[in-house]
Design a protein around this ligand. Structure first.
Ligand SMILES: Nc1ncnc2c1ncn2[C@@H]1O[C@H](COP(=O)(O)OP(=O)(O)OP(=O)(O)O)[C@@H](O)[C@H]1O
Length: 227
C-alpha cells in the first residue's frame, strides 16, 4: 500500500481519568487509510466516533498513541505545527455546517485560504470553482441563512476542501438532512473526494451511505474493527 494519508496507532483517550466519573473512550484504536480510500466509521452513539475524529483531525490530543498524517508524526508536535497541519492537510465537515452567518458562500470558502497564506484573488477563484462543482454557481453571494440545508452543507464541503487537504474527516455530514437530500449531498461529497484522490474517514449512522464507501470500521470496546 502507498504511504497512508492517515495512520492512527494505539490511540487511547479518556475523560475525567482517575475520578469516579472516568470514561475510557478509546483503548488502542489503530487504522491506516490510503490515498483515495473512503472509510466509513459506524458505531452506536457514545462509542467515541467524534472523539476519534477530533484526534485524527488534530483538534484534540490522545492520552497515548500516535497520529500521523502524510507520514508526519503530529501527536507530539507543537501547537503551532499542529495548527498549520490542520489548516493545510485536513478538511473537516460537521453534522451542522458551522458556516459564518455574516459572510457569503464565497467568503466562507475564501477565509480559511487567507488564514493559510493564500492571496485574495486566487482564493476567490478557487471558492467560485468549488461552488460551481457542487452546483451552487447561482448562490455565490448568498449568506448561509438564505440557503437550504443541503446547500449549506455543500458550502461546508467546499470550505473543508478549500485548502486542498489530503485528508477529509466528516462527522455525520448528512445527519441533519432528509433522506433524499442526504443522498444527493453525499454523492456530491463522494464526487469531490474521488476527483481529488483524498483519503476520507466519514462517521455515519446511515447503513446505506456506509455501504457505498470502500471499507467500514466500527468502534468496539474502544478499538477499531471491521464492521
Ligand atoms: N469532554 C468530555 N467530558 C467527559 N466525557 C466526554 C467528553 N466528551 C465525550 N465524552 C464521553 O465520551 C463518550 C464518547 O463520546 P463521542 O462524542 O466521541 O461519541 P460518538 O460516538 O461520537 O457519539 P454520537 O454518535 O452520539 O455523536 C461518551 O460517553 C461521552 O459522554
Amino acid at each position: 500500500m502507498n504511504e497512508p494519508v492517515l495512520r492512527l496507532e494505539g490511540i487511547e483517550k479518556g475523560y475525567n481519568l482517575g475520578r469516579p466519573n472516568e470514561v475510557r473512550v478509546l483503548r488502542g484504536a489503530s487504522v491506516d487509510i490510503a490515498p483515495g480510500e473512503v472509510v466509513a466509521l459506524v458505531a452506536p452513539s457514545g462509542a467515541g466516533k467524534s472523539t476519534l475524529l477530533h484526534i485524527a483531525g488534530l483538534l484534540d490530543t490522545p492520552d497515548a498513541g500516535r497520529v500521523m498524517i502524510g507520514g508526519q508524526d503530529l501527536s507530539r508536535a507543537s501547537d503551532r505545527a499542529r495548527t498549520e497541519a490542520r489548516r493545510g492537510l485536513v478538511g473537516f465537515v460537521y453534522q451542522f455546517h458551522h458556516l459564518l452567518p455574516e459572510f457569503s458562500a464565497v467568503e466562507n470558502i475564501v477565509l480559511p485560504q487567507l488564514a493559510h497564506g493564500i492571496a485574495q484573488d486566487p482564493a476567490e477563484a478557487r471558492a467560485r470553482d468549488l461552488l460551481g462543482r457542487v452546483g451552487l454557481d447561482h448562490r455565490l453571494e448568498h449568506r448561509p441563512g438564505t440557503l437550504s440545508g443541503g446547500e449549506q452543507q455543500r458550502v461546508a464541503f467546499c470550505r473543508a476542501l478549500s485548502n486542498a487537504p489530503r485528508l477529509l474527516l466528516a462527522d455525520e455530514p448528512t445527519g441533519n438532512l432528509d433522506p433524499e437530500t442526504s443522498d444527493t449531498v453525499f454523492d456530491t461529497l463522494m464526487g469531490l473526494v474521488r476527483e481529488t484522490g483524498m483519503a476520507a474517514l466519514i462517521a455515519t449512522h446511515n447503513p446505506g451511505l456506509a455501504a457505498r464507501m470502500d471499507r467500514r470500521l466500527k468502534l468496539s470496546g474502544g478499538v477499531l474493527v471491521p464492521a
